[in-house]
Design a protein around this ligand. Sequence first.
Ligand code: NAD
Length: 277
Amino acid sequence: MRLREAVAADVAAFVAAHGRAPGLAVVLVGEDPASRVYVKNKGVATRAAGMVSFEHRLDAGVSEAELLALVAALNADQAVDGILVQLPLPAHIDGDKVLAAIDPAKDVDGFHPVNAGRLAVGQKALVPCTPKGCLMLIEEALGDLSGREALVIGRSSIVGKPMAALLTAKSATVTLAHSRTRDLAGHVARAEIVVAAVGVPEMVRGDWIRPGACVIDVGINRVVAADGTSRLVGDVEFAGASVRAGWITPVPGGVGPMTIACLLANTVEAASARLAA
Ligand code: NAD
């Protein structure tokens, strides 16, 4: 993958200039099985890119104060260039408070209000990894996005809202659909770009897709068949959509790997920016 190669080259240049590799700290609280897999994959990818991975696994019962103390220690640690607190956090911890405690210069997930605000007003920011990766895929498929009709389905702070901001910055004409949107099928039928980030299995029907559209499926949904076997599907009905779309990402294997590659890219970016400051 080209992005991973670019990251590896940036890491090598960083090591040559600074005598150490960029470091990414990942904090996992509790035993959520999906989160454990994500954290493991992030650690493997970080080391494979030549960077240092610091992994902190905390008991589900850890107090908010203890977690905030760890974040403060990581903020102060000069070997740590990026900090990622894996979501979701247990109910007794205020996730917004924890994310806001991360030094914005080390906020490689791009969830801190300072980075979200910078993105919203068009300033240089650390951008959330999933929408950053989606934008790369869309630009690779379509080139210049100026004037394109883009539909983002889902308005979360992690995917939908930053995705809409990134497409707006590229001069696409952006519609942001959500749970109260009327006539979703009509919006999809008009869109040259569809980014689906909802979390409902195959809710975007294949026959809604505008012929030739670029379809980015962010959803990761586990569905269990009658015989007890399970599989992952996206938010888009892939079989029907793939015969109409000009370009479509599969689930699994499409957006997921780009998200991790963008996390690595954000870590090198944060490391370089911090040492240049
Ligand atoms: P979320 O639950 O925070 O947000 C879902 C959004 O969907 C909400 O804004 C809601 O308004 C909207 N929505 C709900 N029902 C709708 C409907 N009927 N029509 C239109 N919009 C509707 O979810 P999220 O964190 O943004 O994640 C969305 C999906 O993407 C999940 O399946 C998640 O697992 C996946 N995800 C994948 C990656 C990746 O790396 N591939 C990263 C993040 C999230």
